[in-house]
Write a new protein. Structure first.
Lengths: 271, 264, 271
């Protein structure tokens, strides 16, 4: 907190001139970076289309309203598929995430030097890659369809679930584990009595939370051919059937809202 | 029955928590371990059942050196030693009954314990113990619904159902109010008498120790500086244990009290 | 009395009380869940022959991670990656800048009711629509290219950040804010002195997290023509060029890890 003498009066400033300069420089560099980024985006943009955008948006809106309500009879199966992709994917992911989490947590991993880094690598690599990319890959490997979607969602969710779970495992109360160990319990018994009860709430929370996210993600997996309602969306977009597109978007919106509501209710009941 | 021979523990940081401790506890004797925080009380009892690995010396239980046991034999040896903890260390999300029965884990196989199918005689014993400490009606409550004193009673049941020869008790009253503290100490010493158990009780409250326990061992900087009956604990001896003329030690003691308050 | 109770209980078995008390509901839920799993499994058509045939290709893909090919399509990879980064930076800057006023507006203890309703509405719409769907619509309106991607990410950032910021403001310490107001500060001064210092560390942390998410999302926007590395990746999969795909995935994972590390450092510094 510098205080200066200026014309015989004491002047207080929050920062010294040097600090001010550094801050100003930082802001300037940031601004330049942003300007460069914007410049590149602008170069890659056909501005004629952008100026035309309001008209096109208006055009799409008039075509898309009203939605083609009777199309909903054909959406039953895709919605069922979407639900299955999310639910089965979440279940498989949880089965795989639990061992990974135990291997990744500092206090339960068998080897900090070798196994923990591998578990962490699994977590970060499955988490960093979007489920759509996993779906693309799986379609190339096992062919298009609902199954590719299930596996894509499962792989993508492993890292997410395992990360939250291993953080929960690292935060457990060590005294409870010590107490069970002191009774002469075996390694697995210590796990079942000392650790598992403590992470059960976190596990249930993670499961429901991820299921909610997976419902969202599985609605769009069909865009790349991995089954679910996204398939209909993609087909309708290809033939520019805007009234169908708007109906599908409404259905997706409803699914997202309902799943969020269900997950909030279940989490409230468990915790 | 229990004999510690030159028991030593040096932590990785270089702290010498225990230095050449020699101590003999005959069958059925209850002794209190007193001393300032950081004197190594907690380390000492954890070295006995090897929750902390000692770095040197021997722990002889009925002629068997516990420090040389493999993991299977160590688990069998741990069944002989019931432990009671400072913050109760109950598994909070399990029921009272499960917590008590968890004391039998060393005796039943994994699947039996996992499916909660304990032998009837264990279940009966759990009921009897809960009745003895007055908590039978709480058997199916979850542990985190109980008060501090009730939780410590459950902790005592868990230790006793192991059918141990020796109780290791780590600051049983540290987070309890004065009245409950006395009740718990009375309960522990009574139960030891009923069952002829030996016990080592870590306790920072000298008055409580003098009131209930016939033999007191004073620990300071990892060394035994007093061993005798409560009457032998003169102010001089207390000064030797707690080092009250020593400024640094006095400051340390004040910090301890804050720690305990924080723990509550 | 209590001893009679004990005598009654001795010799009787003991079972852990069930989580769901009513047996009818318990069995109903279990059977219902099993029935659902069965139905879900039966409606997924899995072509095991195709899966089996694909295992070989899958293995090829795994192997390709040991020899990623950064060279053959170097131009496409760097171009796409740069575009992803540019979109991430620009969208994060704009998104964060806009979400601050909207976050203030969506906090009930700071904003008047009409402003609150409008801002909460914007947040709800932005959160309900997934990035990829917004991207499809924006590509249809603005044409192909990074502008659509930039707008998508900005829009998604607003929903994410404003909501969390608003929740943080609503949970802040009232006393500090009241003390500033009591000194006769204007609204802007009050926000600057009473509110900003309290929420700033969390805002920085959340912004870093959002930059991380934006980069990950920018990797898929290319699938629908909204710019970024996604298009290159899609082409690589289509041509079965797994070596190139592996190279791109490694780059994405590496950048995400670097960002996570950076955000960890920054969050540790502001808190």
């Amino acid at each position: 907190m510098p205080v200066f003498d200026k014309d015989g009066a004491q002047v207080w400033r929050l920062r010294t001139p040097r600090e001010k300069l550094i801050r100003l420089g930082g802001w300037l560099i940031g601004l330049v970076i942003f300007a460069i980024c914007w410049q590149r985006i602008s170069e890659a943009t056909t501005w004629f289309f952008v100026w035309d955008a309001p008209r096109i948006a208006n055009d799409i809106w008039t075509r898309a309203t009203p939605p083609r309500w009777e199309y909903i009879t054909q959406l039953g199966r895709p919605i069922w598929d979407t639900l299955n992709i999310a639910t089965l994917g979440t279940i498989i992911a949880l089965f795989l995430a639990v061992p990974v989490a135990f291997l990744a947590a500092r206090n339960t991993t068998p080897s900090k030097l070798f196994i923990r880094p591998i578990a962490l690598l699994i977590i970060v690599s499955t988490r960093s890659i979007n489920s759509l990319i996993w779906a693309l890959l799986l379609i190339a490997i096992i062919g298009p369809g609902v199954f590719a979607g299930v596996v894509a969602i499962a792989i993508r969710s492993i890292g997410f679930c395992a990360k939250l779970l291993y953080e929960a495992i690292e935060e457990i109360d060590h005294a409870q584990v010590e107490a069970i160990t002191a009774t002469g319990a075996s390694r697995w018994q210590v796990m079942a009595y000392g650790i598992v009860p403590q992470i059960m709430p976190a596990f249930a929370g993670v499961a429901v939370f991820r299921w909610d996210i997976n419902i969202r993600e599985s609605t769009v997996l069909g865009l790349v051919g991995a089954g679910g309602i996204g398939l209909q969306l993609s087909a309708s977009l290809n033939v520019l059937a805007w009234p169908q597109v708007s109906l599908i978007l409404l259905v997706i919106l409803a699914a997202v809202v309902i799943s969020e509501w269900v997950s909030a209710k279940v989490r409230g009941a468990i915790i | 029955m229990l004999r510690l021979e030159k028991l030593t523990k040096t932590y990785k940081t270089g702290d010498k928590a225990l230095q050449d401790i020699d101590l003999e506890v005959p069958s059925g004797q209850v002794l209190a371990l007193i001393g300032p925080s950081g004197a190594g009380k907690s380390t000492l009892i954890r070295c006995i059942n090897r929750l902390v690995e000692p770095t040197g010396g021997a722990v002889m239980l009925d002629g068997e050196d516990l420090t040389r046991l493999g993991s299977g034999a160590l688990r069998r040896a741990r069944r002989e030693m019931g432990m009671i903890f400072q913050e109760y260390a109950l598994v909070e999300r399990l029921t009272v009954m499960e917590n008590v029965l968890s004391g039998r884990l060393g005796y039943v196989g994994f699947w039996r314990s996992f499916l909660r199918r304990y032998p009837q005689k264990d279940v009966d014993e759990a009921f009897r113990l809960l009745d003895r400490v007055g908590l039978l009606h709480m058997a199916d409550k979850r542990a985190d619904e109980l008060s501090g004193g009730q939780r410590q009673r459950v902790g005592i049941c868990r230790a006793l159902i192991q059918d141990p020869k020796l109780l290791l008790v780590d600051e049983p009253t540290a987070s309890l109010d004065p009245k409950t503290s006395r009740q718990i100490m009375r309960l522990i010493t009574e139960l030891c008498r009923e069952r002829g158990l030996a016990a080592i009780i870590n306790i920072h409250d000298v008055l409580l120790a003098q009131m209930f326990v016939p033999r007191i061992v004073g620990l300071r900087f990892g060394e035994i500086v007093f061993d005798g009956p409560p009457e032998g604990l003169t102010p001089d001896k207390l000064t030797e244990i707690y080092g009250e003329e020593d400024w640094e030690a006095t400051i340390e003691k004040v910090e301890d009290e804050e720690d305990i308050e924080a723990a509550e | 009395m209590s001893h009679r109770e004990l005598d009654d209980m001795l010799g009787k078995g003991w079972r852990k009380p069930h989580f769901v008390k009513s047996p009818l509901l318990r069995w109903g839920l279990t059977l219902g869940f099993l029935a659902y799993l069965g139905a879900a499994y039966l409606t997924i058509e899995i072509d095991w022959g195709r899966v089996y045939a694909g295992l070989d290709r899958g293995w090829q893909f795994v192997l390709s991670f040991t020899r990623p090919d950064f060279i053959s399509r170097a131009g496409d990879i760097w171009g796409g990656l740069l575009e992803s980064i540019v979109m991430t930076v620009a969208a994060s800057v704009v998104g964060i800048a806009i979400s601050i006023p909207i976050g203030l507006g969506a906090a009930r203890n700071v904003a008047p009711l009409p402003v609150y309703v409008i801002c909460r509405g914007i947040v709800a719409v932005s959160r309900a629509l997934q990035e990829i769907i917004v991207a499809i619509l924006l590509v249809a309106i603005f044409g192909f290219g990074p502008l659509a991607g930039f707008l998508t990410l900005s829009f998604a950032t607003i929903g994410f950040l404003s909501k969390l910021l608003a929740e943080d403001i609503e949970a802040m310490d009232k006393v500090q804010a009241e003390a500033i107001r009591a000194s006769g500060a204007r609204w802007m001064q009050w926000i600057n002195y009473g509110v900003q210092p309290q929420v700033m560390p969390r805002l920085v942390g959340l912004s870093m997290y959002r930059i991380d998410i934006n980069f990950r999302e920018s990797a898929i926007l290319g699938l629908v023509g909204a710019g970024g590395i996604g298009a290159t990746l899609n082409t690589a999969f289509d041509r079965y060029e797994y070596d190139t795909a592996a190279a791109i995935l490694i780059l994405i994972i590496g950048i995400v890890m670097a960002l996570e590390y950076l955000s960890g450092v920054i969050r540790a510094r502001v808190q």
